[in-house]
Design a binder for this molecule. Structure first.
Ligand SMILES: Cc1cc2nc3c(=O)[nH]c(=O)nc-3n(C[C@H](O)[C@H](O)[C@H](O)COP(=O)(O)OP(=O)(O)OC[C@H]3O[C@@H](n4cnc5c(N)ncnc54)[C@H](O)[C@@H]3O)c2cc1C
Length: 1016
């Protein structure tokens, strides 16, 4: 089974969770931006000293550690493989593919455990930093076949940093199943404890009025009084409160059992614990049992057990707990269990500052739970209340993602009596409604009862917006705040706040975005931009919902930014001049960097494919317009090779081969004279060699769209073998584009120079030398466009056409070609081959090929009795074989077929008399009236087809001018003029055409489609 964590890890399910004890050890971090900084902070948190190899500057966030000598920043270019030996662990994040692959390779060789963000294949372990602190950093290790040797080393080196209950096993490896069993024991213990404290605690409804308050089960740390005044909140008067307190208020008021999962933040849920201790009643008049739980693998089992008792259950959790709760949450969603989790989304930076961080919260997206988001304390209160109403009404788990922060605001809470009424009213209204409708109904009822408006998507701004920012939680609130100032400078702007992340109403989202929108910028809200599920969801919704409109979906990473930082990022995205914002260090730096990088590294809509997205598309092909196609966007047929043989002797330097495809079971139909389009694939070995040299993971799955095309999902190998002309000729535009990526100034300059008049001669030599895209990319090694960019930059493989050499009447269910392999040597003596003929030549009987049919002007005349004169050179006689076969069938069917004359030319009769035996037989039979052969090199003087034509003046003149015959020339272009002269000669000498009129006669024949050329 594959696992996908919110940090972009997708790979085998982690089989072990262990701790990395890094105290006093050295960790290497490679990469740039927030992701790399986060990893550095993890390692620093865990006691390591860190060397950050980065192409960027020293992030301000890390300066405190730098002063303490705990972190050194080294220019990425200075890294050498030998350095790695001194490290205990390596992290790679947000580095280019080549660096990631190289570092992973070096780490593997040196036996240093490595984590590469977003790549399960390169990683030895997945980073699940649920616990971090002085004693270590928790990670998950995948031992199922992924680098087992290094995993062994990792296990030996590390000492587990595990939850307290598992401490006896410190230093050992704890299997997930053991952790789950432990969680189950803990659940049992918690339930027993509750039962012992008064059985009524579990069936509050029935006995609430008469039972004593349950004893506190909280820890000593919970005995502080909450800052917020409960009676003030209950009274409905304006009260100063922060997000955590109001979330606690909703949880306490609307549940019987309230669990607190605080991964780190001891004040989280403190209010609910204190109110429970003080035997404060909930909105239903019952007592609330509040319990502090530990966050660990299998967290959430206690919720399950509590739900089984029939109690109203809520949890207050730090969002970091959600990935660990996700499995339980998914099962509760499947079982339709009502539950509310108020998940406070934040992460602390090295300076101890809290940032709204949705990376972990997004783990709830795939569980089937309803997911709602809020930003301010007032919103946290209101949405928190709606969450309870939806959970009760629709019997479903609801995750309310609240943005943390110390901001204390005046909140108008809803008193207990009204709360109970509201929940009951929503339950009555929503009976039998689908979950999505229940969410809508709850928001509508909230508005009518309390006058504050919420919806699954809330749009603010211009009705004719060209640019729409999409965001959730805190970034959404900040974006709405920034809107008035933006509208002054850029009228056509809007903000779409996402309130309900699940159920995801893609159509609703699209409907809310003004039809005028041409650009959508998703404000990234996760510390690791690659894990930003919101952007993927929005891109997909727009792609499906506005297929015809040219809407570009992009992103700006505002993780960690303050409100002013977010406003600045929006201005940047709109191309507006920056307004003065107070210096906020890394936040601004990150935004700047992201915006700067965006055109290079994040082409709109090109993404590393989300496996879940692929599953969705395969499961619901109609909804997503999914097509499975080897060559998307073309009318193609999958055929198989049924026969293939070389027509020229092995000793001969030209390889001409006959190949047949079985078309049975396909809709492929063709007419005489049509050409077959063959979609040749690049050589898989050469592609793999390129991937290795360039540092690409050939197995990574990528969804991308070339300009204006539909999106296609393929592996990197698939893109390079079937889609992109990697070994084809790069245009000048590619040289220029590559120059923009070159880090090395000299390389950039050289690439640009090659496209100028001064560089024309070298450019021409390169073309003569058949330099390919792959050659160029490897030659200019400092230019490393990401693969997503390569999809845009490299031209697609075009099909090559081949005249069909068979008659469908004679060979039903089959199509034949006659192909000459294109082979040559470049100036360095390297053997080169044509893209498609190489592919065709490697095919074996049974191999599958994708083909299309291209109609042609090479048609037999309308009447069987009209004469045909055919002139073919080499493989140019392919369509004439089809002509002859067609007439043979017509003759067998009793038709009166007219005269057929074939001029065939090649070098040597012994080597290249293609289909000679067949032609001789038709000639003997009388079907092929005249067979004229011209083997240019079999005698001293060169004899070409035009020479043979000059010997047939009478036939040519009478058949073309008197008998309504048709003439065809097929093959290379060079004899076209001589052939025409031979025809003119016949017309003037035997046809009575005046020399001055001959050209006109030829033109008239062409007009009436009786003088037809197919030369290539
Ligand atoms: C209507 C029609 C019918 C045809 N019928 C037949 C037929 O019956 N039989 C047949 O054999 N052919 C036929 N052809 C020709 C065929 O379509 C192909 O053009 C031919 O097979 C070569 O394709 P390829 O992919 O192997 O070579 P390509 O890869 O397209 O190479 C072709 C040439 O391009 C140049 N080239 C390639 N790469 C580079 C580079 N990186 N830099 C600079 N130059 C480069 C080389 O000079 C090479 O010779 C027909 C063409 C047409 C239009």
């Amino acid at each position: 089974m594959a696992a996908s964590d919110s940090k972009g890890y997708a790979g085998p399910t982690p089989s072990l969770i262990v701790g990395l004890r890094l105290g006093g050890k050295k960790a290497a971090v490679f990469g740039e931006g927030a992701s790399a900084v986060t990893r550095a902070v993890f390692a620093l948190d865990a006691g390591a000293t860190v060397v950050l190899y980065t192409a960027g500057s020293m992030p301000v966030t890390l300066s405190k550690w730098a002063e303490a000598g705990r972190i050194t920043v080294v220019a990425a270019g200075k890294y050498v493989a030998a350095d790695l030996a001194e490290f205990s662990v390596a992290f790679v994040a947000n580095a280019d593919a080549a660096t990631a692959a190289a570092v992973a390779q070096d780490a593997h060789s040196a036996g240093v455990p490595v984590n590469v963000a977003g790549s399960a294949t390169l990683s030895d372990f997945a980073l699940l930093p649920t616990y971090r602190g002085a004693a270590g950093l928790q990670v998950a290790v995948t031992t199922n076949g992924v680098a087992p040797r290094v995993a062994q080393r990792l296990l030996k080196e590390i000492v587990g940093r595990l939850p307290a209950a598992l401490e006896p096993q410190l230093g050992e490896v704890v299997r997930l199943s053991a952790a789950a069993a432990e969680a189950e024991r803990e659940r049992q213990a918690a339930v027993s404890k509750l039962e012992a404290s008064g059985a009524e605690g579990l069936s509050v409804e029935a006995t609430a009025a008469n039972t004593p308050a349950p004893e506190s089960v909280g820890s000593a740390a919970d005995h502080d009084e909450p800052l917020v005044d409960l009676s003030a909140l209950r009274s409905g008067s304006a009260t100063e409160a922060d997000v955590q307190s109001v979330a606690a208020y909703a949880a306490h008021a609307l549940s019987d059992l309230c669990f607190v999962y605080a991964a780190r933040e001891q004040t989280l849920g403190a209010a609910a614990l204190a109110w429970s201790r003080r035997a404060e009643k909930n909105a239903f008049g019952g007592w609330v049992s509040a319990l502090r739980m530990q966050t660990r693998a299998g967290a959430g089992h206690a919720l399950w057990g509590a739900l089984a008792s029939g109690a109203r259950v809520a949890a207050i959790a730090s969002a970091e707990s959600l990935p660990l709760m996700a499995p339980v949450l998914a099962e509760l969603a499947a079982l339709r269990q009502p539950l509310v989790i108020h998940a406070v989304a934040e992460s602390l930076d090295a300076a101890g500052e809290a940032h709204a961080d949705y990376a972990d919260a997004l783990a709830a997206l795939q569980t089937g739970a309803v997911v709602l988001a809020s930003a301010t304390p007032q919103e946290a209160h209101d949405v928190g209340v709606v969450a309870h109403a939806v959970a009760a009404a629709a019997a479903v788990p609801v995750v309310h993602v609240a943005s943390a922060g110390d901001r204390v605001e005046s909140v108008r809470a809803i008193g207990h009596a009204q709360l109970a009424q509201f929940v009951a009213a929503v339950a009555a209204e929503c009976s039998g409604l689908a979950v999505a409708d229940a969410v809508d109904a709850a928001f509508a009822r909230f508005r009518s009862d309390f006058g504050r408006t919420y919806a699954r998507f809330e749009y603010s701004g211009s009705a004719n917006a060209e640019t729409v920012f999409v965001a959730l939680g805190k970034p959404a609130a900040a974006a709405v705040l920034a809107l008035p100032s933006l509208l002054r400078d850029a009228a056509a702007t809007g903000v779409l706040s996402v309130r309900a992340l699940r159920p995801w109403a893609a159509e609703d989202l699209v409907a809310r975005i003004p039809a005028t929108a041409r650009r959508i910028v998703v404000l990234g809200c996760a510390r690791d931009a690659t894990a930003d599920a919101l952007r993927a969801d929005v891109a997909l919704a727009v792609l499906v919902g506005r297929p015809a409109a040219a809407v570009r979906v992009g992103g700006a990473d505002v993780f960690g930014a303050s409100s002013t930082g977010i406003a600045a990022a929006m201005r940047e995205a709109l191309g507006l001049a920056a307004v003065e914002v107070e210096a906020e260090g890394q936040a601004e730096e990150t935004i700047e960097k992201t915006l700067e990088d965006a055109p290079k590294d994040a082409p709109e809509l090109n993404t590393v494919a989300d496996p879940l997205d692929i599953v969705r598309r395969l499961a619901f092909p109609e909804a997503f317009g999914t097509q499975l196609s080897a060559r998307p966007g073309e009318r193609t047929f999958n055929v198989r090779v049924s026969s293939k043989y070389r027509m020229t002797p092995d000793s001969y330097d030209r390889n001409i081969f006959h190949i047949e495809f079985d078309t049975r079971g396909t809709d492929l139909h063709y007419e005489i004279g049509d050409a077959l389009g063959v979609f040749g694939c690049n050589d898989a070995e050469s592609v793999d060699a390129f991937c290795t040299a360039y540092g690409l993971d050939a197995d990574a799955v990528v969804t991308a769209a070339r300009d204006g095309e539909q999106r296609h999902t393929r592996s990197v190998r698939g893109w390079l073998t079937n889609g992109l002309d990697l070994f084809g000729r790069p245009s000048k535009g590619f040289y220029t584009a590559l120059a923009d990526f070159a880090v090395d100034a000299a390389e950039a300059e050289k690439l640009r120079w090659l496209t100028t008049a001064d560089g024309a001669i070298e450019f021409r030599d390169r073309v003569a030398d058949t330099v390919t895209y792959a050659d160029l990319l490897l030659e200019f090694a400092s230019a490393r466009p990401s693969f997503l960019r390569l999809v845009d930059l490299i031209a697609p493989i075009k099909p090559r056409h081949y005249s069909i050499a068979s008659s469908a009447k004679m060979h039903p269910g089959s199509v034949h070609l006659c192909v000459v392999a294109v082979e040559w040597r470049d100036s360095r003596g390297h053997a080169r081959t044509g893209q498609c003929t190489r592919f065709l030549n490697t095919l074996r009987v049974g191999d599958a090929v994708v083909v299309s049919v291209k109609p042609s002007v090479m048609k037999l005349p309308p009447l069987d009795s009209q004469p045909v004169i055919m002139a073919g050179l080499g493989t140019g006689m392919a369509p004439f074989r089809a002509f002859i076969e067609e007439r043979a069938v017509r003759k067998m069917q009793g038709a009166d077929v007219g005269s057929m004359t074939l001029y065939f030319g090649s070098r040597h009769r012994a080597m290249e008399y293609l289909y000679g035996e067949e032609f001789e037989a038709y000639h003997a039979d009388g079907l092929l009236t005249n067979l004229r052969l011209a083997f240019s090199r079999d005698q001293k003087e060169k004899i070409y087809i035009q020479h043979r034509m000059r010997q047939d003046t009478e036939i040519l003149a009478s058949q073309m001018l008197v008998e309504d015959g048709s003439f065809y020339l097929c093959g290379p272009t060079w004899p076209t003029g001589d052939v025409k002269d031979a025809m003119v000669n016949a017309f003037t000498t035997m046809g009575g055409v005046k020399p001055g009129d001959a050209n006109k006669v030829i033109e008239e024949l062409k007009e009436s489609e009786r003088y037809i050329l197919e030369v290539y």
